[in-house]
Design a protein around this ligand. Structure first.
Ligand SMILES: Cc1cc2nc3c(=O)[nH]c(=O)nc-3n(C[C@H](O)[C@H](O)[C@H](O)COP(=O)(O)OP(=O)(O)OC[C@H]3O[C@@H](n4cnc5c(N)ncnc54)[C@H](O)[C@@H]3O)c2cc1C
Length: 371
């Protein structure tokens, strides 16, 4: 096992000084905002620990939101039917009383143990933490947008080319082209075409396959909305492939596109939004010195603790005999992990099992009134 680098406590402050923000000193950090990471926040809250949560995506939800937001789920205990999206909305509501702090759009790159036993954690946006316990709820790995295979576009990334729409982005007066046929592409096109406050000059949705048929519209209300916007002239639709780009004075000015019949067109563009799907990458997790088993993090099933004391792994990312990658199995693991973590964070306090039905302390933490 590759040892985790031991970092002297003083080295942390040196490093922090080089960064814009000081390191946040906290009890618990959850890596991954999928269903299991969110439920870990809940369990931490019941235990009296406020959690910080990091996810590389701009929103919580993990696989539930990225892979099956509107598909039905029937296997959550005592929930007859829900969807990926509804489950995540419910979990987000459930954790509200504990006021978790979210650090989105950033990947956890580094975890190093300090000499004082705590961990130094750093993200791709240079957010840093000094943390007593870490909960890796990284699922299949960090979700990363599939990149467009046109090298000439690389210099425009994050200036004119975006893979995730920033919800605060303002494209008023721009020629906006949205590339892709998945739900996220359709929803972005609909939202921009309907934007009356900061309307773009033009909005074009481009996909290489014609999924905008009456047949497919019967199964997908977003297709109906797209067809309606096209009919009313608010949205342009192209069934075409991107073949090249046109630049002027280091600005991306147009896209060269070719339709299914080979007909070429020049499409003006100020902003290109690309939705080619996402794929999970284990990424830096394999460098954290944790014992792995076929790309999963090995844990003790009694505690979900990894080979490094104080680092726990829960949900799809972990491995132990009999592991099943199901949401409710991950929820159970959160409970096992939080009791083991509490022994680290509150070493002098005996930790007793308490029921949310009867415990006054848990009612206080949940902010509920009980007679
Ligand atoms: C099509 C489909 C249908 C399914 N249906 C069901 C079902 O009916 N019932 C059921 O129980 N299960 C179902 N599952 C499985 C279920 O979705 C997973 O078990 C569950 O999502 C695992 O949750 P998680 O929180 O462990 O991980 P994930 O949901 O994968 O979330 C992990 C999060 O961690 C983030 N992350 C990873 N690494 C980093 C890093 N280094 N830094 C920052 N962020 C990081 C990722 O971006 C991601 O958001 C289904 C799965 C699929 C694909």
């Amino acid at each position: 096992v590759k040892p985790i680098v031991k970092r002297a406590a003083s080295a942390t402050s040196d490093l922090s000084e080089n960064l814009s923000k000081p390191a946040l000193e906290i009890d618990a950090l959850v890596i991954g905002g999928g269903p299991v990471g969110l439920f870990q926040v809940f369990e931490l809250g019941l235990m009296g620990m406020t959690a910080h949560l990091v996810d590389v995506l701009p929103h919580a939800g993990g696989q539930c939101i990225e892979l099956y937001p509107d598909k039905p789920i029937y296997g959550i205990p005592a929930v007859i039917e829900t969807t990926g999206r509804r489950l995540i909305e419910t979990l987000l509501t459930q954790i509200k009383p504990f006021k978790p702090q979210f650090h989105l759009n950033q990947q956890v790159n580094t975890i190093e143990r300090q000499e004082d036993g705590r961990f130094f954690v750093q993200t791709s946006l240079n957010t840093t933490f000094i943390v007593k316990t870490v909960f890796v709820a990284a699922g299949l790995g960090a979700f990363q947008a599939k990149k467009i295979p046109l090298s000439g576009l690389i210099p425009y990334t994050d200036t004119q080319l975006f893979y995730h729409l920033n919800p605060n982005a303002n494209f008023a007066g721009d020629d906006v082209v949205i590339l892709g046929g998945e739900d996220a592409a359709l929803r972005t096109a609909i939202s921009l075409a309907n934007n009356v406050n900061n309307p773009p000059k033009s909005v074009t949705l481009m996909h290489r396959r014609d999924i905008f048929t009456e047949e497919l519209a019967k199964q997908n209300p977003d297709i109906v909305a797209v067809l309606h916007l096209v009919a009313t002239g608010k949205l342009q639709l192209r069934i075409s492939q991107l073949s090249d780009i046109v630049e002027k004075h280091h600005q991306l000015t147009s896209l060269k596109i070719t339709d299914v019949d080979g007909k070429a067109e020049i499409l003006p563009v100020d902003t290109l939004l690309v939705y080619l799907g996402i794929s999970p990458k284990l990424g830096p997790i394999s460098d954290w010195g944790l014992e792995l088993e076929r790309h999963q993090i090995k844990v003790n099933p009694a505690t979900c603790e990894t080979s490094e004391p104080g680092i726990f792994a829960i949900g799809d990312i972990n491995a132990y005999p009999g592991k099943r990658k199901l949401i409710h199995c991950g929820f159970h693991e959160c409970t096992m992990a939080v009791f083991a973590a509490a022994a680290i964070v509150f070493p002098d306090t005996p930790i007793h099992l308490q029921y949310t039905t009867t415990s006054t302390l848990l009612h206080q933490r949940l902010g509920v009134k009980h007679s």
